[in-house]
Design a protein around this ligand. Structure first.
Ligand SMILES: [Mg+2]
Length: 218
């Protein structure tokens, strides 16, 4: 069994086959859309004019910008109750289920490990029965710890530029896919950088992953 430093995780036992490491927020669970609903419920509003939360949250009472500390407090409250709010991204469960016939799938989420039990229950409720790692450490070293020097294909899917580039730096042979569920945020996102492919949705991601695996076939 593998142990990932600075992380809490399920048992991880990889087979002799390809590996798909997959982020959760905004990739398999909607994040921006339910967080917008949560903010409204708590007297605030997300008006995205850039690819970030801070600076884009405003008070519904006086239209003033919500300070960063208050956004952080709201985010913490959201994660504490996120199983009441977050829903699966369209086609994510179906695509991953099909891909699990040919690859091991591991979730790698940047949320504080204290929220892991709630998230684990929510994922399982929606049929995402794959092992999950929760860590606030950089994602590149975590993928390296998982994949090591194996010769099997490896794929990493995330919505955030720095996570994709961290994996690119530590495991350069990885197929890197940028996937952002929310239409508005996808439109606002910066280009994810060199060596990263953009998947417009899960069926597109699945097609790119299968083509990558096929290029390894003898
Ligand atoms: Mg994410």
């Amino acid at each position: 069994m593998l142990l990932i430093p600075d992380a809490e995780h399920d048992d991880l036992l990889l087979g002799e086959r390809p590996l798909i490491v997959c982020d959760i927020d905004e990739v398999v669970l909607e994040f921006v859309t339910p967080f917008q609903a949560f903010l409204k419920h708590n007297g605030h509003e997300l008006r995205p004019t850039s690819f970030r939360l801070n600076g884009n949250v405003f008070s519904l009472a006086d239209s003033g910008e919500t300070p960063e500390e208050e956004v952080a407090r709201l985010l913490e409250a959201f994660f504490a109750a996120h199983d009441d709010w977050q829903t699966p991204v369209l086609e994510a469960a179906q695509s991953l289920e099909r891909l699990s016939d040919v690859a091991d799938i591991v979730f790698l989420t940047a949320m504080p490990p204290r929220h892991r039990p709630v998230r684990r229950r929510l994922l399982s409720r929606h049929g995402f029965d794959f092992p999950m790692i929760a860590t606030e450490a950089a994602k590149g070293p975590a993928v390296l710890a998982l994949h090591g020097a194996r010769s099997h294909p490896v794929v990493f899917i995330d919505d955030i530029f720095v996570n994709l580039q961290s994996v690119r730096q530590h495991v350069p042979e990885t197929l890197l896919l940028n996937l952002i569920a929310n239409d508005v945020f996808r439109g606002l996102a910066p280009h994810p950088g060199d060596g990263v492919d953009i998947a417009t949705d899960w069926p597109h991601a699945e097609k790119l992953i299968r083509a990558h695996f096929a290029s390894f076939a003898p």
